[in-house]
Every structure is written in C-alpha cells, then in structure tokens.
Design a protein around this ligand. Structure first.
Ligand code: CU
Length: 133
C-alpha cells in the first residue's frame, strides 16, 4: 500500500524534526493562556521572538523534562535554573531588543522586542491639557 507507506514516511520525518515526542507536554501547552508566556519546549523558546509593550511581564515556562534557564546577552535579565514545570518572570521596564539564550543549551535562543508604549490596549488616559487649577 503506497499511501500508508508515504504516511509512515511523513510521520518519521515529523518525529525527526520534533525530536522526542512528549505527550505529557501537550496538555501543559494548552494551559498556557497567558499571552505573555514563553513556553520552553523541545529545547526551544516558543515563539523564539516576541514583541511586547514596555512594562509587560514575560513568564518563561519550562515544559521540557530537563532544566533550562534564560540569560540576556547584555545581562539585562538572568534567571536561575528553571526546573521542569517551573517558571521565571521578568518585567521589561525599558524599550529595546533583548536577545537571550538558554545558558544550558547554546542552540536555544530567543528575542524579546520591547516597544515604547504605544499599546492600543493600554488604559492610560492622556493627561495632556488636563486642567491644572
Ligand atoms: Cu535549555
């Protein structure tokens, strides 16, 4: 049966591309409702690049079966070892582009782009022209 052979081949490719398949990680990923979360899965940051507004707290969540950490290239932030299932949060108070790595896996890297305010969802009313007496 050619069709099933092709399917098996595709499945094998997927398995190779994704590394170890960890069924236990799937429900955990579904729980990641926080839009500012960066899961660490299959030795990757997901997504590797994230854009946030100034003042946003990013939470890294380790969904792998081994420890990771996050270390900004410019040392703006640095986590302790993040064990499986553990998290690390950092609030970005200043705009900029912050690239970071997992110190334990040098092929694991990511970028946080912090924009200068401008978030349309920010509930900060303009104070310009407010009456002062
Ligand atoms: Cu790592």
């Amino acid at each position: 049966m050619q069709r099933s052979k092709r399917l098996a081949c595709a499945a094998a490719s997927l398995a190779l591309a994704g590394g170890l398949f960890l069924p236990a990680a799937l429900p955990a990923l579904a729980q990641t409702a926080d839009p500012n979360a960066v899961p660490m899965q299959n030795n990757s940051f997901v997504p590797p690049e994230k854009t946030i507004a100034t003042g946003t707290t990013v939470t890294w969540i380790n969904l792998d079966g081994e420890a990771h950490d996050v270390l900004a290239n410019d040392l703006t932030f640095q986590s302790p070892q993040i064990d499986p299932g553990a998290t690390f949060s950092y609030t970005f108070a200043t705009p900029g582009t912050f690239s970071y790595v997992c110190d334990l896996h040098n092929n694991m890297n990511g970028v946080i782009v912090v924009t200068d305010g401008g978030s349309s969802t920010a509930a900060v009313p303009p104070t310009e022209g407010a009456a002062a007496g």
